[in-house]
Design a binder for this molecule. Structure first.
Ligand code: SAM
Length: 339
């Protein structure tokens, strides 16, 4: 029996490392195409909208107030130092958003080494035009290893009592936290990394697929749908489940395709209530949770974020959306949250 268990465990581990391999391979293989080619993408409206949602989140949550006068902000004053950890930073697409939000320190980590190198390149070109925040980058599987294994101690103190090194004010995980829900061990490791160096009163912001909506769509498939094609989507995206009845809290896998962006990569459902419960063990409490269309409705008339939509080409100068219906449906798979 023990041997059978060991073999099952080994098979499960092999399947998991194959999935991680697919994710890393996919993101490493996606070339940095430059601004011009990005502008010509068939899903440019969707990309711009996602970037606008992230700008809203980043601007709103970049400088959380200190919880109490006694909390460590890593500096004097009442606002914290403006130090941000971007886990799953990818090619550093959010660097300039954080710079505009006037943070002082940015730390970007990602499992895909090629993306991290491109993020560094982006930082170097940002330095030529503006005075960006101090930045540090590292390649790391943040769901199996502690941040200390890739980041130096002048960035991460060995203990929060370290007098000179500020803790993070914000941890950001954009479009990447769901990969951690392959197993409870990975989800715990991710939460440990997100919470360990975050100051009290600091904020954890992220964007993830909306589990409830994905499962409703799965349930709505006709009963005679073959198990090999448990899928839905449109011309822009496709989601395919492997099973329609089993709903595990971790390792609930589906395959995701997004036109001109993601080619059939394994992803995992994040069951929200379960995530909230687990996150509470790491001191996180929900502050904000919105579907993307709600972020839009909430901020479209906002004096800063409304005009930003035109500048980021989410809408044209007449206020017309730059997304067709299929793109709008695809962006609304996601939710934004803060804890
Ligand atoms: N946050 C970036 C953004 O919003 O542009 C990138 C998002 S991209 C859709 C997902 C990112 O998650 C990829 O860069 C991928 O390499 C990263 N990722 C996946 N698994 C990871 C892990 N175990 N540790 C760190 N990063 C991971």
């Amino acid at each position: 029996d023990e041997r059978d268990n060991d073999m099952d465990e080994q098979r499960r581990n092999a399947k998991r490392s194959r999935d991680v391999g697919l994710v890393v391979e996919h993101y490493n293989a996606r070339p940095e195409v430059g601004v011009r080619q990005r502008r010509e993408s068939p899903i440019i409206g969707l990309r711009n909208f996602n970037n606008w949602v992230k700008s809203v989140l980043i601007t709103r949550f970049a400088h959380p107030a200190l919880a109490k006068a006694t909390d460590r902000g890593g500096g004097r004053g009442t606002k914290g130092r403006g130090k941000v950890l971007d886990m799953g930073c990818g090619k550093g697409g959010d660097l300039s958003k954080w710079a505009k939000a006037r943070i002082r320190e940015y730390v970007g980590v990602d499992i895909a080494a090629v993306s991290v190198a491109q993020a560094k390149g982006r930082y170097d070109s940002l330095m030529q035009n503006t005075r960006p925040p101090f930045a540090e980058f590292a390649t790391l599987d943040c769901y199996t290893k502690p941040l200390t294994s890739a980041l130096p101690l002048n960035i991460l103190p060995s203990s929060l009592d370290h007098p000179d090194v500020a803790p993070f004010d914000v941890v950001s995980m954009q479009f990447c936290m769901h990969y951690a829900f392959e197993s409870i061990e990975k989800a715990r490791c991710m939460l440990e990394n997100a919470s360990r160096w975050l100051r009290k009163g600091g904020v954890f912001v992220g964007t993830i697929p909306n589990a409830e909506q994905l499962l409703q769509r799965l349930d709505a498939l006709p009963p005679d749908t073959p198990s090999s094609d448990l899928s839905f989507g449109n011309s822009v995206y496709k989601i395919r489940f492997e099973n329609r009845t089993s709903r595990p809290l971790y390792g609930h896998r589906y395959w995701f395709f997004l036109r001109d962006a993601v080619e059939d990569v394994p992803e995992y459902i994040v069951h929200w209530d379960n995530f909230v419960q687990l996150a509470a063990e790491y001191g996180f409490y929900p502050l904000y949770k919105r579907e993307f269309h709600e972020v839009f409705e909430e901020h479209q008339e906002h004096p800063e974020f409304g005009p930003l939509m035109e500048r980021m080409k989410v809408v044209d100068k007449d206020g017309e959306s730059q997304m067709d219906e299929d793109q709008w449906e695809a962006v609304n798979i996601y939710i934004a949250f803060a804890m």
